[in-house]
Ligand binder design. Structure first.
Ligand code: PEP
Ligand code: CO
Length: 479
């Protein structure tokens, strides 16, 4: 990595300190927290400014309707989850999905992991009670331990140093994976064929993989060897929740003189911290990275326009991505007006669908879960709204893992409520497992290729308008 960044004069970047900052940790020892931030401020950047610019350039193509964004990874990364195998499996899942989506959409798919820094979680409740014992809530490995003991739950700023180190280790694994041959197109296609052979619903996708196979053979016949397409471009992202950490890793790019968050290529503002007058929006408005903001069902077009004015005042395509996370029911009521008004304002944002966070509920066994059909249904509504308005459905943002966990119900292998306990390993929200992720990619691919056909797995929707509610259990607690 080139040292293109230097320590910044941080006065403007630190203006957020005078504003209300939601969801910040309460360190029991603020002096040691300050020392750690000072240490981090002297550490090398994790990503280079020019890599962030490249991602912004790629996202500008998405904003113009010429590319698609696939963003995915854990809800919360864990320190003990940083192994070569788990990172590779996650990246494989992303690449497999991307190969299918690239073929279906016939446009480049920009791959961005929720990875190498996704360690801090906003929480709805400050405490958690189990069997009459109340402890501080788990806020991600960046802050405290997941184990339900009072010692583990005490916020410890030394964890920020660990987060920085493990983000660097993960980035190293990503860079070797992306350039070391594992990402060769022919290899990715072979993994997909193996998935089809094993999957109970594989038969359904055989036609599509057959077409991809033929396309690869066509490339070979034309003298373009798919095995020679060895490298791929992978970017990193995380929620920029911890403002002290992000500020400590903010550097000025020597070429442009602009400040960059160097903890990851792209950062997003979460649903709970997107207050227009709040600290997060102020910090994000001052960094030059491509940035995202999550928009839930309670966001009015005026609020969204206020956020766009503040976060993307120059209307720079690729600068701002709006991640829609409304839930299968609200999306149909709220999204058309939102997209219509934002588009009419002249803003050219990237629209991405997070079909996970509006569809969480508690299973009878007490597991926080999501239905595969709800996830698919929200994506389908997202595409239908954009189709009706003539705007570009720019991508999907999903929580996934490369492991065969049992956290979301449904999908090709049809995980039931009774299966959830087998491998329920998430420390926060339920993720799609490897095969559910691929199922989703194939079904979204079908949606892109045959938009007029409604998916049998979802409640059919014809055009934007009031949603028809299908009976489903009330949504349970959210993270
Ligand atoms: C998340 O992405 O894990 C998350 C907490 O999302 P949201 O801010 O949309 O609730
Ligand atoms: Co989550």
């Amino acid at each position: 990595m080139e040292p293109t960044v230097v320590d910044p004069p941080l006065s403007a970047i630190e203006r957020w300190r005078s504003l209300p900052a939601a969801q910040q940790p309460d360190w029991p020892d603020p002096v040691s927290a300050r020392d750690i931030m000072a240490e981090l401020a002297n550490c090398p950047p994790l990503v280079a400014a020019r890599e962030c610019d490249l991602l912004k350039h790629r996202l500008a193509a998405v904003a113009r309707g010429e590319a698609f964004l696939l963003q995915g990874g854990d809800c919360a990364e864990r320190f003990d989850g940083v192994t070569a195998d788990t990172v590779h499996n996650k990246l494989q899942a992303l690449l497999q999905m991307s190969a299918v989506l690239t073929y279906a959409a016939s446009i480049p798919v920009i791959k961005v992991g929720r990875i190498a820094g996704q360690y801090a979680k906003p929480r709805s409740k400050a405490t958690e009670t189990r069997d009459g014992i109340t402890l501080l809530s788990y806020r991600g490995d960046a802050i405290n331990g997941h184990e339900f003991t009072s010692a583990a739950r005490i916020p410890d700023p030394r964890r920020l140093r660990r987060m920085y180190e493990l983000s660097a280790v993960t980035l190293n694994l990503i860079r070797t994976f992306a350039t070391g041959g594992s990402a060769a197109l022919s290899e990715v296609h072979a993994w997909n064929q193996a998935f089809i052979a094993r999957s109970p619903t594989g038969r359904r996708y055989r036609r599509l993989t057959g077409e991809i196979d033929r396309a690869l053979r066509f490339m070979r016949a034309c003298g373009v060897d798919p095995a020679a397409v060895h490298t791929t471009e992978l970017f990193t992202s995380h929620e920029g929740l911890l403002l002290d950490y992000e500020t400590a890793l903010t550097r000025i790019d020597t070429h442009t003189g602009r400040p960059y968050a160097t903890s990851g290529h792209m950062l997003w503002i979460g649903h709970r911290t997107r207050d227009l007058g709040g600290a997060h929006v102020d910090y994000f408005s001052r960094i030059a990275n491509p940035i995202e903001v999550k928009l839930g069902p309670n966001v009015t077009p005026d609020t969204a326009l206020g956020l766009i004015d503040k976060l993307d005042p120059h209307r720079e395509p690729g600068r701002l991505t709006c991640i829609i996370r409304m839930g299968t029911e609200a999306i149909w009521d709220r999204l058309p007006d939102l997209v219509h008004k934002v588009t009419a304002s002249g803003a050219q944002v990237v629209w991405v669908c997070d079909p996970m966070h509006g569809n969480t509920f508690e299973s009878p066994s007490g597991h926080k879960t999501r239905r595969f059909t709800d996830i698919l249904c929200e994506v389908e509504s997202f595409f239908a709204v954009h189709r009706a308005l003539g705007t570009h459905a720019g991508g999907i943002h999903v929580e996934l893992t490369g492991e065969n966990v049992t956290e979301c119900v449904g999908g090709g292998a049809d995980i039931t409520f009774g299966d959830l306990h087998h491998r329920y390993e998430t420390s926060c929200d339920p993720r799609l497992n490897r095969s559910q992720s691929l199922d989703l990619a194939f079904l979204v691919a079908e949606m892109i290729m045959t938009p007029e056909r409604s998916n049998p797995g979802t409640a059919p929707r014809g055009r934007p308008g009031p949603v028809e509610h299908s009976p489903r259990p009330p949504n349970g607690p959210r993270s």
